[in-house]
Design a protein around this ligand. Structure first.
Ligand code: ADP
Ligand code: MN
Ligand code: MN
Ligand code: MN
Ligand code: MN
Length: 367
């Protein structure tokens, strides 16, 4: 099952340490192109050898793949193009090897249905003078290969929520080696990861990306998700971004979006701009909910119940330090009279390109 037998694990460890230590020929660089497939949630990747060290996306050739195998095209006209948009160091094959986040385009050079980056970037360019920044708190859950949360009893449930959030000890922190490996891998890659913590449900964790300028929030968060899947693969463990992986009295998983403009970050009057933004957001609740998961609000419906530190799916609310509101103004931002707002509605499986786009349309462009 997914190569979890002890023999396989030992051989894998030997093989990866031995063969990855083989000298790499000069002027042979392994570059992995990463993209979002037709589900809008899952990532795909493939590698090629280049005979130079790329240092920026402009150095990288456009590539293609078989879109009929990724729910992105029909077999008789299957080529989909990969356009590199962000370049990172490869923490598995090490420098100078690279990971590249890509946009996907159809044969007629229009974006594929799951390419939400292109339009989001156009929106960011129109709002560039307001200098939008984003920080996303990505929550996720670790699962055993049988789909049961990692470390949970195979029958019955662990003891109730309470001790796990930011907890320490083998009975509280389930799967920390994966978190550690992922955090360092992200730093090595050059991802703007700003922290991690254990979450309220056992085997649920969070990492934060940001603050990132404009469209780069999506590039960095998607690549951080790729690295998480890839690290967990080394452990034979699964990652789910489902917003409510266990029904009942267990916290769901979100992707709180922290947002600011230059005006919100300004001394003294920044807080007034934050309040203005919240007023605009209050009038567009439905529109935001529609793009805050991958299923037009239906996935988030299981999570946004008004319980377990969430707001209700149907109603907009806001408050200072209120973790049961749609939008929270962090206490320290009120005290400092500037900073950012936290939109707590996005689900863990949201597309950060779409979240960033709608935020800027509503708050910056009044669209
Ligand atoms: P919480 O208290 O909700 O758990 P976290 O510490 O997990 O908050 O995350 C806060 C996030 O806010 C981080 O991702 C950080 O990068 C982001 N952030 C900080 N300052 C700003 C800002 N001015 N604009 C946008 N995001 C910001
Ligand atoms: Mn082939
Ligand atoms: Mn957090
Ligand atoms: Mn959290
Ligand atoms: Mn938060």
């Amino acid at each position: 099952m997914y190569g979890t037998s002890t023999n396989f694990a030992i051989n894998k460890l030997n093989a990866t340490t031995r063969f990855l230590q083989l000298p790499q020929p000069e002027n042979k660089v392994q570059v992995t192109y990463v993209w979002i497939d037709g589900t809008g949630q899952e990532l795909r990747a493939k590698s090629r050898t280049l005979d130079f060290v790329p240092t920026k996306v402009e150095d990288l050739p456009v590539w293609n793949y078989d879109g009929s195998s990724t729910y992105q095209s029909q077999g008789e006209n299957s080529d989909v193009f990969l356009h590199p948009v962000a370049i990172f160091n490869d923490p598995f094959r090490l420098m100078p090897n690279k990971l590249v986040m890509c946009e996907t385009y159809k044969h007629d050079r229009t974006p594929t249905e799951s390419n939400y980056r292109k339009v989001a970037e156009e929106v960011m360019i129109r709002a560039a003078d307001q200098k939008p920044w984003f920080g996303i708190e990505q929550e996720y859950s670790l699962l055993d290969t049988d789909g049961i949360p990692f470390g949970w009893p195979k029958e019955g449930l662990p003891s109730p929520q309470g001790p796990y959030y930011c907890g320490v000890g083998s009975d509280k922190a389930y799967g920390r080696p994966i978190v550690e490996a992922h955090y360092r891998a992200c730093l090595y890659a050059g991802i703007n990861i700003s922290g991690e913590n254990a979450e309220v449900m056992p085997s649920q964790w969070e990492f934060q990306v940001g603050p990132c300028k404009g469209i780069s929030i999506g590039d960095h968060l998607w690549m951080a998700r790729f690295l998480l899947h890839r690290v967990a693969e080394e452990f034979g463990i699964l990652v789910t971004f489902d917003p409510k992986p266990v029904p009942g009295n267990w916290n769901g998983a979100g992707a709180h979006c922290n947002f600011s403009t230059e005006a919100m970050r300004k001394d003294n009057d920044g807080i007034l701009e934050i309040e203005k933004a919240i007023s605009k957001l209050s009038k567009k609740h439905k529109r935001h909910i529609m793009v805050y998961d991958t299923n037009e609000g239906m996935d988030n419906k299981r999570r946004l119940t008004g319980k377990h530190e969430t707001s209700s799916l149907d109603n907009f609310s806001s408050g200072v330090a209120n973790r049961g509101a749609s939008i929270r103004i962090p206490r320290h931002c009120v005290d400092e009279r500037k900073g950012y707002l936290e939109d707590r509605r996005p689900a863990s499986n949201c597309d950060p390109y779409r979240v960033a786009e709608v935020m800027v349309r509503t708050v910056c462009l009044d669209e």
